[in-house]
Design a binder for this molecule. Structure first.
Ligand SMILES: *Cc1c(COP(=O)(O)O)cnc(C)c1O
Length: 363
């Protein structure tokens, strides 16, 4: 059909992009999809059992598969407003106008990841309350705005969000507990599936990013919240219906993601792109270099200059995310980026951090 439709061939050297279809999936996953499409299943049973299966492997209370992370956000918000009230579920927008529906988010987290996160909150009947400034938010900003109309706090764990001068996830988690409010974490593209459910009450992931599954979303967290998200099928959840093939396939993808060690898929082309970007920062040069002992390994070799290389190396290690570079050439002013252990998204994080450090210490 690709040919019949005249679709363009895509070479994705940019990562896991929704505009390019998300992830390519393993054969093991496509065979699960094929099997699922050739039979009927009891959908409620499938949703419940896949959720239990995932909760079990992630060692969290409950999980629920949605059609996307965005759907996960909208359904979570709707469920926190309507709870298990059927009439509220069926008439979410009418209900949310007259009942608590405020979702608090730091201004620097009010992102557009291809669509605005605000719109997903609105889609669930939520009213967005942005707090702080685009470059600064303190815990007092959040605490003073919490009132009886607040239904949740939302934290966006993402490279899209402003990183500096924001309230940390750990702090948000404490505030949520202190005020007995649920904390929603948008961790759509994050790789750690076990850490965030410890810090938040409902954590939303995209199935097609780090997990490398089909188009889908995953919501994990406390059963008392997840059970009400399931009920949204009788309301706006219907518009986010997911097929049995995708429910089974994301479950399989999770299994693979958590058990198999993946080899890096990052290619030289990706490294060249990264290099070109970094070279635009004043004072940095670099090249792609082959492994000095002759193995078929290619790395990005960045030249920062002798005087400051050590400092940059240490700052890379000491950031919010610790970035360890190959430092054998540091005495010559150079650091290498080795792609083999890198996961998708890492190159961006490294780039941003380098840019930040150079800004901080000067050219
Ligand atoms: C990609 C992304 C989303 C949306 O995920 P979908 O599964 O495409 O809906 C939400 N939040 C963040 C931070 C993202 O990066």
């Amino acid at each position: 059909m690709i040919k019949e439709l005249g679709l363009k061939k895509v070479i994705n050297a940019s990562g896991k992009m929704t505009i390019l279809g998300g992830s390519t999936v393993d054969k093991e996953i496509t065979s699960v999809m094929e099997e699922a499409l050739s039979i009927y299943v009891e959908m409620d049973d499938l949703q419940r059992k896949s959720g239990e299966y995932i909760a079990n492997i992630l060692k969290c209370e409950a999980a629920y598969i949605t059609s996307s992370a965005s759907a996960g956000i909208a359904l979570t918000v709707a469920s926190l407003i309507a709870k298990d009230n059927l009439s509220a579920i069926e008439n979410i927008f009418k209900y949310s106008r007259k009942n608590p529906n405020k979702v608090i988010i730091q201004k620097g987290h009010s992102v557009n990841y291809g669509a605005p996160i605000q719109t997903m909150i609105n889609l669930g009947g939520g009213e967005v309350v942005e707090v702080g400034y685009s470059n600064e938010c303190k815990k007092e900003h959040i605490e003073t705005i919490i009132d009886e109309d607040t239904v949740a706090l939302l934290y966006v764990k993402s490279h899209h969000a402003v990183q500096k001068n924001m309230v940390s996830l750990e702090e948000m988690s404490k505030i949520a507990k202190r005020y007995e409010l649920p904390l929603i974490i948008d961790a759509a593209a994050e790789e750690d599936l076990r850490l965030y459910p410890k810090l938040g009450d409902v954590v939303v992931y995209s199935g097609t990013k780090a997990i490398e599954g089909p188009t889908s979303g995953l919501v994990v967290g406390k059963e008392k919240y997840i059970k009400n998200i399931r009920l949204q099928n009788k309301g706006i959840g219907r518009a986010f219906k997911i097929g049995r093939e995708n429910v089974l396939a994301i479950t399989k993808a999770l299994d693979i993601y958590l058990t198999k060690k993946k080899n890096s898929k990052i290619e030289i082309k990706d490294l060249e792109e990264f290099l070109e970007k970094v070279k635009k920062i004043k004072g940095i040069t670099g090249k792609i270099s082959k492994d000095s002992s002759g193995r078929e390994i290619y790395r990005v070799e960045l030249d920062f200059g002798i005087g400051r290389c050590e400092k940059i190396k240490e700052k890379l290690k000491d950031g919010e995310i610790a970035i360890y570079t190959r430092d054998y050439l540091c005495n010559l002013g150079k650091l290498e980026i080795d792609p083999r252990p890198l996961k998708d998204g890492d190159l961006d994080i490294i780039y941003n951090r380098i840019e930040e450090i150079i800004k901080e210490i000067g050219e």
